[in-house]
Design a protein around this ligand. Structure first.
Ligand SMILES: *Cc1c(COP(=O)(O)O)cnc(C)c1O
Length: 392
């Protein structure tokens, strides 16, 4: 067919099938409401997978992006630019550590690749990660990822990476020694179905890594940027890792990732050791800065904590819900059977978007600017769908 002839866009005719053909084609969004190409509206409780902290088309993001792209769009890292430095300064401030140093990239996988590469500078090469963890899909990040279904088709992966049970400190103790370069964990495992480690686990990891001179890396790609009611997702344990990786919510909906080293003893990249063309681009960093400033100015993180309480109490009382895991607005609703995918698709029919990371869990990660009214609407529709769904 000639290109000049108009035809309906057919996803399968032009796309790789790695995602499978999506059932919904979205056209526009405002706040937490998205509209598909047929005009049907949805309450977006997935938020681009924990990414749209300010929802869709937030005026603050629109203004920051429009202004930046009209002023200076992209320059590469041969040049510095004000919004990149300003966002790095803001992130340093949020870590509370003026020795923190930021490397910007475009995604979570790239942030973890940077951490992985940085860990080689310790002169050690053994790495310990956890089973079930998700750290990204590139070959290095996939080597850290602890999910056999994603790893196995692409072996061989990087060597000397051991995966231990998440939350089990004694297994971790057996795996970590003075030859270990780094330990990487998610403060809460997101893709695995919102799995929270026992209280004290992260603190014990900190002690173990310090004793062995091992870099402790917290992958805060999903838990970061206010999602859990704190800026990074590990603050409740009152400890500090050596490296933080961020992406998802960091760009306020634009592609942006970061690897941040903490403390003056952490290794740092020197000129020529690492880089990226787009990473920390003016437009993405302007959006990221605008998002953080808005969240801070309007004390949104406090409301994230109160929404957590409301959701946990009300969802937990619904028949068929076995538990509600997670923190802040990153919650996994555990079901009493294997019907999460059917439930997610029923919710979509009823105009609510969520996802099912596995057959027993519904994950929600709505924009942090969600209203109480929208929270209650979600609970209502969820409860109705639970009554109707065929329990498998
Ligand atoms: C999503 C995610 C990643 C990968 O991020 P991409 O931007 O998809 O590369 C890494 N780690 C965690 C914890 C994530 O949730």
């Amino acid at each position: 067919m000639s290109l000049s002839k108009k035809r309906a866009i057919n996803w399968t005719d032009v796309m790789q099938n790695n995602y499978g053909e999506p059932k919904i084609t979205l056209h526009s969004g405002k706040g937490l409401i998205v509209t598909d190409v047929d005009g049907k509206k949805y309450l977006d409780f997935l938020g681009g997978i924990a990414t749209n902290v300010l929802g869709h088309a937030h005026p603050v993001i629109v203004r920051a992006v429009s202004k930046q792209v009209a002023t200076l769009g992209h320059v590469s890292n041969f040049y510095s630019h004000p919004s990149g430095v300003a966002l790095a300064e803001k992130l340093q401030e949020l870590t509370g550590d003026n020795t923190a140093r930021v490397f910007f990239c475009n995604s979570g996988a790239e942030a973890n690749e940077a951490a992985l590469k940085l860990s080689r500078k310790t002169g050690r090469s053994k790495i310990v990660a956890t089973k079930g963890a998700f750290h990204g899909r590139t070959m290095g990040a996939l080597s850290l990822t602890g999910q056999p279904s994603k790893r196995n088709p692409f072996k061989p992966l990087l060597k000397k990476i051991k995966h231990v049970t998440f939350g089990d400190i004694s297994e971790m103790r057996k795996a970590v020694n003075s030859k270990t370069a780094m330990v990487i964990v998610e403060p809460i495992m997101g893709e695995a179905g919102v799995v929270v480690p026992p209280l004290g686990y992260l603190k014990e990891l900190r002690t173990l890594c310090s004793e062995n001179g091992v870099l402790l890396v917290f992958d805060c790609v999903q838990t970061g940027m206010g999602r859990t009611g704190t800026w990074f997702g590990f603050e409740d344990e009152k400890i500090r890792p050596d490296v933080i990786t961020l992406a998802k919510g960091l760009g306020g909906g634009l592609p942006l990732g970061a690897m941040i080293t903490l403390g003056s003893n952490s290794p740092r990249f020197e000129p020529g050791e690492h880089g990226t063309t787009f990473g920390g681009n003016p437009v993405a960093t302007a959006a990221g800065l605008a998002a953080i400033e808005y969240l801070a100015k309007n004390r949104i993180l406090a409301s994230v904590k109160s929404y957590e309480k409301r959701l946990k109490i009300k969802l937990g009382a619904i028949r068929g819900v076995s538990e509600v895991r997670g923190r802040g607005l990153l919650l996994g609703i555990g079901l009493d059977g294997s019907y999460a995918k059917a439930l997610a698709s029923k919710l979509a029919d009823r105009g609510v978007l969520v996802n099912a990371p596995n057959e027993e869990t519904i994950r929600i990660a709505p924009a942090l600017i969600v209203s109480t009214l929208q929270i209650d609407k979600f609970i209502n529709v969820f409860s109705q769908c639970m009554q109707e769904v065929e329990r498998g």
